[in-house]
Design a binder for this molecule. Sequence first.
Ligand SMILES: [Zn+2]
Length: 100
Amino acid sequence: MNTKATTQTEAKACACGTCHEAVSARALYRPGHDARHVSVLVQGLVNDIADGRKVTKQMIASTAEELPSEPLRAKFTRAADRMVAKATEPKPEPKAEVAQ
Ligand SMILES: [Zn+2]
């Protein structure tokens, strides 16, 4: 469902959700704030993990829905996957003894 015909001329807030700066009606973000939005969402998942919640693929997918474009969703999903893998991987042991 694409509703493209929004002819708003009013300034609206940047979609990153953190800077609260106005952007022109045709833009979603201040320059560079699309990346900021991605990292804000990743940080949200980092906080979930820090709080002991489990971040599932499903959560990542539904969080990605908050982003307005497919490339951003892909970027977020990659970053989130990487972050979750890193945050949940077992601590690397100094030198694993390999029994031979
Ligand atoms: Zn912004």
